[in-house]
Design a protein around this ligand. Structure first.
Ligand code: DAT
Ligand code: MG
Length: 151
């Protein structure tokens, strides 16, 4: 099966609300593989690179304040079709429109405090992984259950 990687982050509201474990649990129980993980205080520079397509939006200043208000847990996860699947697991940008069972629907109700980030395309994932992580901090390891969870 095709190995794909994506960038997932627990935003400051998720960390403050002690949701890190529950969010990691959803990716683990799906069978995805953790490749990189760190807790960091995000700089405005990193954030403007990360959200480079949004810097002109009216909500951008509030987004910067929110995303730099406390620590973020940044992760790289790997698995077949993980970019699309993780977007489904995370749910609609606006939690009010997200389906029940998605992270955003289960843990939040407002678009400006939606708990988690997931890359929206394979190109975006590659860009974000390079932006947030040094290659040496990503670990290639053998998951012993891989022959059971996929062909
Ligand atoms: P997503 O995080 O689902 O990829 P996005 O890339 O369009 O959504 O926007 C990035 C973040 O910006 C989003 O998670 C929350 C914030 N945001 C988006 N639209 C917003 C809006 N209309 N008002 C306030 N914040 C918004
Ligand atoms: Mg996005």
């Amino acid at each position: 099966c095709v190995k794909e990687r994506t960038f997932i982050a627990v935003k400051p509201d998720g960390v403050q609300r002690r949701l890190v474990g529950q969010i990691i649990h959803r990716f683990e129980r799906r069978g995805f593989k953790l490749i990189g993980l760190k807790l960091l205080q995000v700089s405005k520079d990193l954030l403007s690179e990360h959200y480079c397509q949004l810097t002109k939006k009216p909500f951008y200043p509030d987004l910067v304040n929110y995303m730099t208000s406390g620590p973020v847990v940044a992760m790289v996860w790997e698995g077949p079709d993980i970019v699309k699947t993780s977007r489904m697991m995370v749910g609609h940008t606006n939690p009010a429109e997200a389906h029940a069972g998605t992270i955003r629907a289960d843990f939040s109700f407002h678009v400006s405090r939606n708990v988690v980030h997931a890359s929206d395309s394979t190109e975006g994932a590659q860009r974000e992984i390079q932006l947030w992580f040094d290659g040496q901090d990503l670990l290639n390891w053998d998951c012993i259950d891989q022959s059971v969870t996929s062909e």
